[in-house]
Design a protein around this ligand. Structure first.
Ligand code: NAG
Ligand code: NAG
Ligand code: NAG
Length: 487
């Protein structure tokens, strides 16, 4: 009997799942404000939901993203307004009729009738803008288009909502005026104040994450704006990190396929024009001449080469090693100058690597007699999407009992054996693959392993326990992951 009841409740749950996106009267949105900060290859969106419970005992609130928005979203996190910790969030199946995606957010406390809470949803969209016009001459400005759905959809009734779109440069070339929205506003549906374009306020919107509302009212709005920096995309990042206990060294090497996703260069590249623009500091915004990278403190033997060879035009200012406790406050700054300026539509493939003291990244877990090494997923280039990433962490020879934790879900992960010509048995390696990484994916992969006594260190490795706290926390207290990946 019990079993049948279980099956029945399972069936009921399955049947009722899609109806979440239809009218749901357990909450009302008293106000929703969405702020879109337009960038180049990354767009940051913050949506605040002022929520009121209408039925007793509410513990789960549903956030909806429509199909377009879900497709662009590479990172998502919900918090209570003014608080630090992310809320537990789970993506439900896509609704077949409306194509909306629902996320179930677990509230920090149960809400009774008329109970309120303010939720903040942070998302990062990738590949969400495109150059318009599609090509530009060396001296031309750069402009991009961004498309958004007008209404913020929700399974609940919304009393009032607005969307603010903020370009980073003061020049807005055009924006769409929505049509047929008289039902929701008696005033102008769009206003521009300074550089901010505001859609709404729209009032008294019924449950909207359903096919009926979307079919009848949803529409696309387009903002055309100038963007004063190169639109950069790393089409592929291959990071390899090699741990050497013998040399007490962590070598990190990035092979990078960089692409300038701005307007393609109209006509031929003129070096003379480039030099004159450079001299008068009037370089076109779509031209990448140099990049500032923040590498770890304490690095040595930094190298940077492209397919032609060593690139010697860059400038590195190394910060001394600061140990693990000050991690994150001190950087070595690399002023990276590619061999030639990268114009829109051009690729640049290069390798950047360095050595770092292993003790800055390793901890010792005495309880399990394991080393734990932390390797950052990537070196963030601000405002740049990493479309594909592969991270390989090569462990010391004869390492066993390998465990690893990614700071967010990987597309795939594996443990293999990496054989170099000096090794006899090969070295185990942990490999992870990711897609569409943003500046929010700036996390650390932790790998724990044992090394047999015979393979132990030539130089004793100084291992701090304070650092270990961070690792153990990451290994044991990791919450259910909230960040998502595009499939
Ligand atoms: C909730 O608020 C409404 C309107 O303010 C009020 O009429 C109702 O009595 C309240 N219900 C409870 C349970 O507080
Ligand atoms: C590469 O260039 C750097 C200067 O940036 C120089 O210090 C280094 O010795 C060069 N390496 C090789 C292998 O030529
Ligand atoms: C840049 O690389 C992509 C492949 O990632 C290729 O399709 C494209 O043609 C390249 N562009 C140029 C100008 O070589």
């Amino acid at each position: 009997m019990l079993q049948r009841w279980h099956i029945l409740s399972f069936l009921l749950a399955a049947l009722s799942a899609p109806s979440f996106s239809l009218a749901d009267s357990s909450f009302e949105n008293t106000a929703i404000v969405r702020t879109v900060d337009l960038g180049g290859s990354l767009v940051h969106v913050t949506t605040t939901y002022a929520v009121k419970a209408l039925e007793p005992g509410q513990t789960v609130y549903h956030i909806a993203l429509d199909e377009n928005e879900r497709h662009k979203t590479s990172w998502i996190e919900a918090k209570v307004k003014g608080q630090q910790g992310a809320l537990r969030m789970e993506e439900l199946a896509q609704d077949e009729d409306s194509k909306s995606h629902l996320f179930a957010v677990t509230l920090p406390k149960k809400l009774g009738v008329n109970g309120t809470i303010n939720l903040v949803l942070d998302t990062v969209q990738t590949h969400a803008t495109y150059p318009w016009p599609q090509s530009a001459a060396q001296k031309d400005p750069q402009s991009l288009k961004y498309e958004s759905d007008l209404f913020i959809v929700s399974p609940y009734h919304t009393a009032v909502q607005r969307t603010k779109i903020k370009p980073s440069s003061p020049t807005v070339l055009s924006y769409t005026t929505p049509e047929n929205v008289d039902q929701f506003t008696l005033e102008s549906p769009v206003t521009k104040s300074g550089t901010t374009i505001t859609y709404g306020p729209f009032h008294n919107i019924p449950s909207s994450s359903n096919a009926e509302f979307i079919g009848e009212h949803q529409q696309v709005v387009v903002v055309h704006y100038n963007f004063d920096y190169p639109v950069l995309e790393i089409k592929k990042l291959q990071r390899s990190a090699e741990i050497s206990h013998w040399g007490s060294n962590l070598n990190i090497e990035d092979k990078i396929h960089l692409y300038n996703a701005g307007p393609t260069l109209k006509g031929h590249f003129s070096r003379l024009e480039h030099q004159s623009q450079n001299f008068y500091r009037t370089l076109g915004p779509h031209i990448l001449a140099s990049l500032t990278l923040y590498l770890p403190a304490g690095i040595r033997n930094t190298y940077f080469y492209d397919i032609i060879g060593n690139v010697s035009t860059s400038h590195l200012r190394t910060a001394p090693s600061v140990g693990k406790n000050a991690r994150g406050n001190q950087f070595s700054v690399l002023e990276m100058r590619p061999r030639y300026p990268i114009m829109g539509g051009w690729n640049y493939t290069y390798t950047l690597g360095w050595d770092a003291p292993l003790e800055d990244s390793v901890g010792w877990d005495a309880a399990n007699e394991k080393y734990i090494v932390g390797v950052p997923v990537m070196t963030v280039i601000p405002g740049t999407v990493v479309t594909e990433a592969e991270v390989k962490i090569v462990l010391p020879e004869a390492a066993t009992d390998i465990e690893f934790i990614s700071p967010f879900p990987a597309l795939s992960s594996s443990i293999s054996t990496h054989i170099t010509y000096l090794d006899t048995t090969g070295r185990p390696a942990v490999s992870l693959e990711y897609k569409d990484l943003t500046d929010k994916h700036n996390g650390i992969i932790y790998v724990a392993y044992k090394v047999p006594l015979s393979a132990h260190l030539k130089k004793p490795l100084a291992v701090a326990t304070a650092f270990l706290g961070v690792f153990v926390f990451a290994l044991t207290a990791r919450r259910v992951d909230l960040r998502l990946h595009k499939r």
